[in-house]
Ligand binder design. Structure first.
Ligand code: GAR
Length: 225
């Protein structure tokens, strides 16, 4: 790959806390050329996050910023911001990053900060979504990619992928099927951003020059837009 081509790729910073399977999906899409982007660094709030090994295997620099009970949220976020800025990304991806970010941080990166959430937002914000979906007897579930705003899991939704809930589903089985969709959806949406097709104007998502009246929806296994 030539230097010029590398320079044109969308520089990303990915924040993780755990397994990093979504990070892996992004790394794979970058490596295959399906996504014209480059992960400049991976930052974790946990030194033992297994996802860090995925970054190392892909030759991506890693950083850990751990908080103690005494760490003020604003101090943590300032340290995070300094580290992010060193890599000069155009887009920051939350990929299973399980820390709440301060309003100031979120405002600073408005329109350049995406998250993937394991539910069909606005339903099931917060934690343990698969368990809660099963307990509620839902027939469908899924995942959402959204712009991050000050409202937790409440930013404008860009795209969603649906998964049917099966009568014999367990939490683990449902999580695995939702995650398969996450791994397709996240690189796809990042690709829209990289291609200049996606932006946030005020509270509205714009795709291909028009406001989105509802999130782009993908059925389980569907590849069409
Ligand atoms: C993913 O399922 C993601 O949707 C979820 O954490 C998991 C991380 O998995 N995120 C949230 O719950 C954020 N509210 P991964 O580390 O294997 O990508």
């Amino acid at each position: 790959m030539t230097k010029t081509k590398t320079a044109q790729r969308l520089p990303l910073v990915v924040l993780i806390s755990g397994e990093g399977t979504n990070l892996q999906a992004i790394l794979d899409a970058c490596a295959s050329g399906a996504l014209s982007a480059e992960v400049c660094t991976v930052i974790s709030n946990r030194a033992d996050a297994p996802g860090l090994r995925r970054a190392i295997a892909a030759g991506v620099p890693i950083h850990t910023i751990q908080a103690t009970a005494q760490t003020a949220r604003t101090d943590y976020d300032t340290a995070l911001r300094i580290l992010i800025e060193r890599h000069n990304p155009q887009l920051i991806l939350l990929a299973g990053f399980m820390r709440i970010l301060s309003d100031a941080f979120v405002r600073h990166y408005r329109g350049r900060l995406l998250n993937i959430h394991p539910a069909l937002l606005p339903k099931y914000r917060g934690l343990h979504t698969h368990r809660r979906v099963l307990a509620a007897g839902e027939h469908e579930h899924g995942c959402s990619v959204h712009f991050v705003t000050e409202e937790l899991d409440g930013g404008p939704v860009i795209a969603q992928a649906k998964v049917a809930v099966r009568p014999d589903d367990t939490e683990a089985a449902l999580r695995a099927r939702v995650q398969r969709q996450e791994h397709r959806l996240y690189p796809r949406v990042v690709g829209w951003f990289a291609a200049g097709r996606l932006l946030l104007k005020n509270q509205t998502v714009w795709l291909d020059g028009a406001p989105l009246t509802r999130p782009k929806m993908f059925a389980e296994g569907s590849d069409s837009e």
